[in-house]
Design a protein around this ligand. Structure first.
Ligand code: SAM
Length: 250
C-alpha cells in the first residue's frame, strides 16, 4: 500500500462516480494522443486505458512508477520525471492533456503548458475549486487576476463540476473542481512572454492604478486604455491592446 506523500501533492481519487464523470468529460477517442500528468495509482489512468490505443503518463514519484510498471499494460507509456521539465515535443500532437494536478504546483504546470500551446488540442484538469474560479473570473471581480487573463487569452475556460474533499484519500482541506480548457481558434496574441510581463506588472499592486503599476513600461500618452483604472477593471482585449502598445515602443 502506497503512503501518500504531501510533498508531491498526493490526494488520490477514491470515488468511482467522480472518476466515471471525469472520463465522460474527457470523452476519449480510440486514436487520441492523451497525456496524463500525475497518474498516481492509476485512478483515472486505468479506466482511460479501456478507450485509447496509447496513453502517455508523466509521474515524479518512483514508488508509483514501479506500481504502474508492474501493470505491464501494452498501451501505457510511462515517463518518470517532473512535468515542469517535460518536453511535450517528444509526443505525437495534437495532445489532449489531462490530470488530477498536484495542487502545490498547479499554476506552474498551467504556465508551462501555455508555452507549448501549439501542441495542445485541449486540457481537462482537477484543481482546487478556488483556482478554477480564478481562471474563469470576469473583469470587475475581486478574484480576476493574472491567472484569469493568461488563461482566457488562450482558452475557453469552463468549470464542469465540483468535487468534494471526501472523494480523495487523503481528503484535501478544500473543494476541488474539474475544468475544461479549449484553445481559442483565433489566438488573441502569439506573444505570451510580453503579455505575461504586462499582466504581471499590472496586477503587482492591485490597489494602485495602472499608471502607477505600468510606469516603467508605458505612459498614458502611449495608449488609449485609461490608465487611471485598476488592473481588475480591464477586459482581456484591453490587456492585448496594452501589450501591443508596449511592443510599439521598441
Ligand atoms: N491521478 C491520481 C489520482 O487522481 O488519484 C493522482 C493525483 S495526485 C493529486 C497528483 C499526482 O501528481 C501524484 O501522483 C504525484 O506524485 C504527481 N506529481 C506531483 N508532482 C509532480 C511533478 N512535478 N511531475 C509529475 N508528477 C507529479
Amino acid at each position: 500500500m502506497h503512503k501518500a506523500r504531501k510533498c508531491f501533492g498526493q490526494n488520490f481519487l477514491i470515488d468511482n462516480r467522480i472518476i466515471d464523470r471525469i472520463v465522460a468529460t474527457i470523452a476519449p477517442k480510440h486514436d487520441d494522443n492523451l497525456l496524463e500528468i500525475g497518474p498516481g495509482q492509476g485512478a483515472i489512468t486505468l479506466p482511460l486505458l479501456d478507450y485509447v490505443e496509447q496513453l502517455n503518463v508523466i509521474e515524479i514519484d518512483r514508488n508509483l512508477i514501479s506500481m504502474l510498471e508492474s501493470l505491464k499494460h501494452p498501451n501505457l507509456i510511462i515517463h518518470q520525471g517532473d512535468v515542469l521539465k517535460f518536453d511535450l515535443n517528444t509526443l505525437p500532437a495534437p495532445i489532449r492533456v489531462i490530470g488530477n494536478l498536484p495542487y502545490n504546483i498547479s499554476s506552474s504546470v498551467l504556465f508551462h503548458l501555455l508555452e507549448n500551446l501549439d501542441k495542445i488540442k485541449d486540457m481537462t484538469f482537477m484543481l482546487q475549486k478556488e483556482v478554477v474560479e480564478r481562471m474563469a473570473a470576469n473583469n470587475g471581480s475581486k478574484i480576476y487576476g493574472r491567472l484569469s487573463v493568461m488563461m482566457q487569452t488562450f482558452f475557453d475556460v469552463q468549470m464542469i463540476f465540483i468535487v468534494p474533499p471526501e472523494s480523495f484519500n487523503p481528503a484535501p482541506r478544500v473543494e476541488s473542481a474539474i475544468v475544461h480548457l479549449n484553445p481559442l481558434t483565433q489566438a488573441k496574441t502569439k506573444d505570451i512572454k510580453v503579455l505575461e510581463k504586462v499582466v504581471k506588472l499590472a496586477f503587482s499592486q492591485r490597489r494602485k492604478t495602472l499608471r502607477n503599476c505600468l510606469k516603467s513600461i508605458l505612459t498614458q500618452e502611449q495608449t488609449d486604455i485609461d490608465l487611471s483604472q485598476r488592473a481588475e477593471m480591464l477586459t482581456i482585449d484591453d490587456f492585448i491592446t496594452l501589450t501591443q502598445d508596449h511592443e510599439k515602443q521598441h
